[in-house]
Design a protein around this ligand. Structure first.
Ligand SMILES: CC(C)(COP(=O)(O)OP(=O)(O)OC[C@H]1O[C@@H](n2cnc3c(N)ncnc32)[C@H](O)[C@@H]1OP(=O)(O)O)[C@@H](O)C(=O)NCCC(=O)NCCS
Length: 182
């Protein structure tokens, strides 16, 4: 299984472990109102037990080579989650997803984490394509692939249902050749 990825000074991506369930749930609970605005799962995550179940599920996906989730640790504190939410080994593709606690926003942490994930995807996982999808109105999320040189490839209409509304997704892609040439 993949080990720790150092994304920047004081910033590490660590594979999620069962013992992270308690701090992870505390983080979700404290950020629930803003996360549910852009992500589909916070309403279903209501207890430490739910976070344990999530960690077990994504660790199983990671063992099967279908996903690669990490806790994002900044100065020794868990501040969010980032990783490959899906991997498609047959097509050498993967999709990155992420979220961050409010207190950790505005420091460039997720941009550094996603850069490290893309590097890991292209080098260690030998991916050809890395994809990121973000709500078209999710300015902070869209800024991350834009900062990192991903190409905006188009819009998926009404791709996700969030808090009672359909949300269009902006799709960003980066190919290994573009990443090497950057
Ligand atoms: C999406 C999300 C992770 C973005 O967080 P973020 O803190 O804006 O992103 P980064 O950590 O990359 O930081 C970028 C910010 O830090 C600033 N910054 C400071 N130093 C920086 C550096 N060295 N490099 C890049 N940005 C830096 C940038 O200017 C930017 O702030 P601004 O938007 O006020 O200009 C966060 O808003 C979030 O979790 N939202 C809710 C969940 C969500 O939407 N997830 C994504 C679903 S697709």
């Amino acid at each position: 299984m993949t080990g720790v990825i150092k994304a920047a000074r004081s910033l590490e991506l660590r594979p999620l472990r069962l013992r992270d369930a308690r701090p992870l749930f505390a983080l979700v609970d404290a950020n629930r109102a803003r996360l549910r605005h852009w992500l589909p799962w916070p309403d279903a995550n209501r207890s430490v037990q739910d976070s344990r179940a999530y960690i077990l599920r994504v660790r199983a996906q990671a063992r099967a080579g279908m996903a690669l989730p990490f806790g994002l640790w900044w100065k020794g504190e868990l501040v969010g989650v980032a990783g490959f939410v899906w991997l498609d080994p047959a097509n050498h593709s993967g999709g990155i997803g992420y979220w961050l606690a409010r207190e950790a926003e505005g420091h460039g942490l997720m941009t550094a984490a996603v850069a490290a994930l893309a590097r890991h995807g292209f080098r260690a996982l030998r991916l050809n394509r890395v994809e990121i999808r973000a709500g078209v109105r999710n300015r902070r999320s869209r800024a991350i692939p834009e900062r990192l040189g991903f190409r905006h490839e188009g819009t998926l209409r009404q791709a996700e249902r969030l808090v009672g509304r359909y949300v269009d997704h902006a799709v960003y892609g980066l190919l290994v050749g573009e990443w090497r040439a950057r």
